[in-house]
Ligand binder design. Structure first.
Ligand SMILES: Nc1nc2c(ncn2[C@@H]2O[C@H](COP(=O)(O)OP(=O)(O)OP(=O)(O)O)[C@@H](O)[C@H]2O)c(=O)[nH]1
Length: 317
């Protein structure tokens, strides 16, 4: 079983904080220039050995360490390193400046180089945080449907066996919102995602498709029965695992799941549509159940059998 592997941080807040930290870095640079030109005293966030931790930018790096690591762990390390190098270079220059003497050219070169590297890293993180923001759901941390399209195109050619798509819809979710409030509705969605994600096997991915709709894609499934059994397991598990609210009250939920097995060359859109239709049939039949979608071929056979045009007429589908 695989754990939830999602980047769950507020990318909007991260980008805003990153802009503010970049502004603080510019202020810091201006302060140094001012001190050099006007011969005023340099502050602790310039001259002290741990100046890179004292400056506002350093504090931002520290407080957003998890977000930086989640986006790119290696770059995150490099960013911290160049930031410290930049401070070291400026500290070396600060000594002569305070005595009215010229600094060393190599220190200034190092300052310019590390500052340029720092800005290059920040541009990378900003672009990726914005990209992340458009592709990942803030409430649950799950990838959104754009990512499903990309993953499907990438995974399908390498998928051995069957590719199953499960369409999960929370039952009576509007009533949960109406009765307990939107905030508890949100908690229900988060609970569902954490519980379900823990049940996924390697090669299976979960997406937030819409409001209370989720999609799981499962590669390398031996047959439709196996996909049905897993969906049934998920449905039952969710039904038997209530959310315990702050008041201690247990809130039971149920889901209806439609499954479709991808047919050769079937576009994703069509596959989702079939799984959605199967889910809808499940709702009509009373909810809290799993329904497998028939294939186009079997529907055609059924139609043919009704008109007597098929040699399979009368076969059960
Ligand atoms: N709390 C919360 N509610 C949401 C979110 N997204 C969508 N919703 C709500 O989900 C509800 C979906 O309601 P319906 O489509 O009527 O479905 P339902 O009540 O689950 O009914 P059935 O699917 O037929 O069982 C709507 O009231 C939406 O406002 C969300 O992110 N958080």
């Amino acid at each position: 079983m695989c754990g939830i592997n999602v980047l769950n941080f507020d990318a909007k807040e991260f980008v805003a904080a990153l802009d503010a930290a970049q502004g603080a870095h510019l202020d810091w640079s201006r302060k140094i220039l001012r001190a050099a030109v006007l011969r005023t005293d340099l502050c602790a966030d310039v001259v002290q050995k741990n100046a890179h931790e004292l400056c506002l930018f350093g504090q931002f790096l520290e407080s957003h360490n998890i977000a930086f690591n989640a986006l790119h762990a290696e770059r995150s390390k490099q960013l911290s390193h160049v930031h410290k190098q930049m401070h070291d270079a400026i500290r070396n220059i600060a000594g002569p400046i305070s005595q009215g003497l010229p600094g060393k050219e190599q220190d200034f070169d190092l300052f310019e180089r590390t500052q340029a590297e720092l800005l290059e890293h920040l541009a990378y993180f900003k672009t990726h945080a914005i990209h992340h923001y458009t592709q990942v759901d803030n409430l649950t941390g799950l990838p959104l449907r754009q990512r499903l399209e990309q993953d499907f195109a990438r995974k399908r050619p390498t998928c051995q066996g069957q590719l199953a798509l499960m369409f999960i819809d929370v039952d009576h979710f509007k009533s949960i919102n109406d009765f307990y409030g939107h905030h508890i509705g949100d908690k229900v969605l988060q609970h569902l995602v954490v519980q379900t994600h823990n049940l996924l096997a390697p090669g299976q991915s979960m997406y937030r498709y819409g409001g209370e709709e989720f999609i799981i894609t499962a590669c390398n499934v031996p047959d439709a029965n196996t996909a049905h059994a897993q969906a049934e397991f998920i449905r039952e598990f969710l039904n038997e695992t209530p959310i315990i609210m702050e008041s201690g009250e247990a809130l039971n939920i149920s889901v209806t799941i439609g499954i479709a097995i991808a047919q050769p060359q079937e576009p994703l859109e069509k596959l989702i549509e079939r799984a959605d239709q199967a889910m809808y049939i499940g709702k009509k039949q009373g909810r809290n159940r799993v329904i497998c979608a028939p294939t186009e071929e079997s529907i055609q056979l059924l139609n043919d059998s009704k008109t007597g045009a098929s040699k399979f007429s009368g076969s059960s589908l």
